[in-house]
Write a protein that binds this ligand. Structure first.
Ligand code: RFL
Length: 388
């Protein structure tokens, strides 16, 4: 078994297969230090934690992760909080930075004898429609290499080679550009509130998400085409305080901005997620906007579904799970896409003052008002917000 990519998807899959005695190698383009320090997701859904627990992969997150269950909305109509652990299915998030989860998964995989080739870039997947696919590789020393296996798992993200290796016409890509751009920031500053903060402001959205007791992620909606370094730190903090209405609700803990990235909110889904012996998993299967923090959770879920199916096929000679893999994952993916899309509508007032935007702005206000007042709406929100 060849796994492309050592992100959450590839490492969960690798651990689960290895635990069942299935031989696998992970090819990872980046260096080890890079994947262990790449800060991205942080909110793990209850279902994700259960999958990791079931396979003995949750020790680190239980030791260092923090339970989280409240979000706070701040809008022109005031603020309100939802404790989603008391709504819907009564589940919480565990906040645990993705780079720590990746480090745990990698450490466990290597300690159990697993092989990860760092600096090895997959160049193409060939003969995926046969029972003996082949992955061509540029090794860390620049020399060409080749791997053959029964199956290949494309866990190499949105820009990976698995997607690019699919023959034209074998897969349908459905894409949506949500027309919204965020400046994603990581600040060396303690969280400023004990909740995820969603601020809707006429100047645009601002978000606050705890990562650890000393690091906080913030988002600022910005113009499409903004460069990540375009805003000074002072402007960033002033804008965050303005949109989060710090004058009314209290100042933010300021600190050094240690990471910035411009994120165009986009989604895409590939269908089907299997081409012969090649399977797409995680961001390679579908990209989801970070508006509802679903990407890493889907990656873990899909990897666990594929692992079960591969184990059944390789150990028990039962390929039913592999045949059902694509349809099964797509039903979860589309549910997550639907919720993320709904969140984008909830959080972004369109700029401009023509009749259409004012209409949509009023719809957005009404949507937030119903979330504030309707218990059944809150239950629905909680169920989808914390679930995948
Ligand atoms: P990854 O993590 O991108 O890993 C893919 C790996 O493949 C390697 N690779 C290759 N290796 C060999 N050969 C090649 N040709 C290769 N091409 C690529 C890469 O180096 C990399 O190591 O994909 P995976 O495993 O599918 O995991 C997906 C998640 O990383 C992603 O969905 C999340 O980070 C999304 N996301 C969030 N998800 C959540 O569930 N909760 C969150 O709170 C959350 N916050 C976020 C996020 C994503 C963000 N960015 C990237 C926009 C916050 C941000 C800012």
């Amino acid at each position: 078994m060849v796994i492309l990519g050592a992100g959450p998807a590839g490492l969960v899959l690798g651990n689960l297969l290895q635990d069942s005695g299935i031989d696998c190698v992970i090819l990872e383009r980046a260096e080890r230090a890079h994947i262990q320090t790449r800060a991205r997701a942080g909110f793990l859904a209850a279902g994700t934690v259960r999958i990791l627990e079931r396979h003995g992969l949750a020790e680190g997150l239980h030791r260092h992760g923090q339970a989280h269950s409240t979000c706070e909305f701040r809008t022109e109509d005031g603020r309100f909080r939802l404790d989603y652990s008391t709504l819907g299915r009564g589940e919480r998030h565990t906040v645990y930075p993705q780079q720590l989860l990746v480090t745990d998964l990698l450490t466990r995989f290597l300690a159990a004898g697993g092989r990860v080739d760092f600096g090895a870039e997959a160049v193409a997947v060939r003969a995926a429609d046969t029972g003996r696919p082949c992955v061509t590789v540029r090794e860390a020393d620049g020399r060409p290499g080749e791997w053959r296996a029964r199956f290949v798992a494309g866990c190499d993200g949105r820009h990976g080679v698995a997607r690019r290796s699919l023959p034209a016409g074998s897969v349908r890509r459905q894409h949506c550009d949500h027309g919204v751009t965020w400046l994603g920031l990581l600040a060396e500053a303690p969280p400023s509130l004990d909740a995820v903060g969603y601020a809707v402001h006429e100047r645009g959205f601002a978000g606050h998400m705890a990562r650890t007791s000393v690091v906080t992620r913030y988002y600022l909606q910005c113009e499409r085409g903004t460069r990540a370094d375009a805003w000074s730190e002072e402007r960033i903090w002033d804008e965050l305080e303005l949109r989060m209405r710090a004058a009314q609700y209290g100042p933010l803990h300021r600190g050094r901005v240690v990471q910035r990235a411009v994120v165009d909110l986009e989604s895409d889904v590939l269908e089907p997620l299997r081409h012969g012996s090649l399977f797409l998993v995680g961001d390679a299967a579908g990209l989801i906007s970070p508006s509802a923090a679903k990407g890493a959770n889907l990656a873990v879920l899909e990897a666990s579904i594929l692992a079960r199916a591969l184990i059944d096929a390789l150990v028990r000679d039962d390929s039913e799970g592999l045949d059902a893999y694509s349809a099964r994952c797509l039903s979860y993916i589309w549910r997550a896409q639907e919720f993320s899309h709904w969140m984008i509508g909830l959080l972004h007032g369109p700029s401009g003052s023509d009749g259409t935007s004012s209409f949509h702005n009023s719809l957005r206000r009404s949507r937030i008002a119903s979330l504030r007042t309707s218990r059944s709406r809150q239950d629905w929100f909680a169920e989808h917000y914390v679930g995948v």
